[in-house]
Design a binder for this molecule. Sequence first.
Ligand code: UP5
Ligand code: MG
Length: 211
Amino acid sequence: FSADDVTVLFVLGGPGAGKGTQCERLVAAYGFTHLSAGDLLRAEQNRAGSQYGELIKDYIKNGEIVPMEVTIVLLENAMRDAMSAKPTGTTTTAAAGNPALKGKFLIDGFPRKFDQAVKFEEAVCPAKFVLFYDCPEEEMERRLLERGKTSGRSDDNADSIRKRFRTFIETSMPVVDYYEKQDRVARIRANVPPDEVYRATQAELAKRLGG
Ligand code: UP5
Ligand code: MG
């Protein structure tokens, strides 16, 4: 696919800020294709025959960032699949059946490191802007520990959560700052109920995408 045919928004925010929750709603209402880098990595980790399974498992448990070569290929493949999907009635292909919806992507939880941001925008396509969900650590911790009771995620435990927060502050926030300097960040207060976060998100989309 060509960069001209796609609109990409990066969806960033700390662990548990509510990225996935908001993306799900945006998919239903706007026909975006939602690609969570974390979900793609977890799927690759579990794929029989993957040469990266063990590596991904270790990085995720330790809240560290998987080398971008792995993540960018997964994202690129998923984008290509979505662009070429035949309309068969599933969520992704609903977009493929409607040219107006084709090629609108929410890239959730990526880029988490400065070099990833530069590489992706160079090699795949530039992002239109960044939706940044801003949430205090205490609230994110509360949400993740609660979710950890049932999520089965290897990183929803106190020890991994602490490491994820540290990586977020030290490595991922500089990405947000970088985009902020270019006026490409829509900052959304995320420690309010999901409906309220969603209304603020819609307002930002209207402002920046029109409609
Ligand atoms: N919840 C959501 N919104 C709420 C609200 N407004 N009020 C109250 N509760 C709310 O939400 C988390 C929980 O909070 C849920 O229980 C939800 O109901 C509730 P969710 O929408 O899942 O938040 P999200 O921001 O998506 O949290 P997630 O845990 O997915 O964030 P992470 O960024 O930590 O996870 P991700 O899957 O993106 O990455 C996991 C790991 O993968 C990383 O730590 C890293 O090791 C690896 N990774 C890479 O190496 N490279 C990448 O590019 C991406 C990931
Ligand atoms: Mg998520």
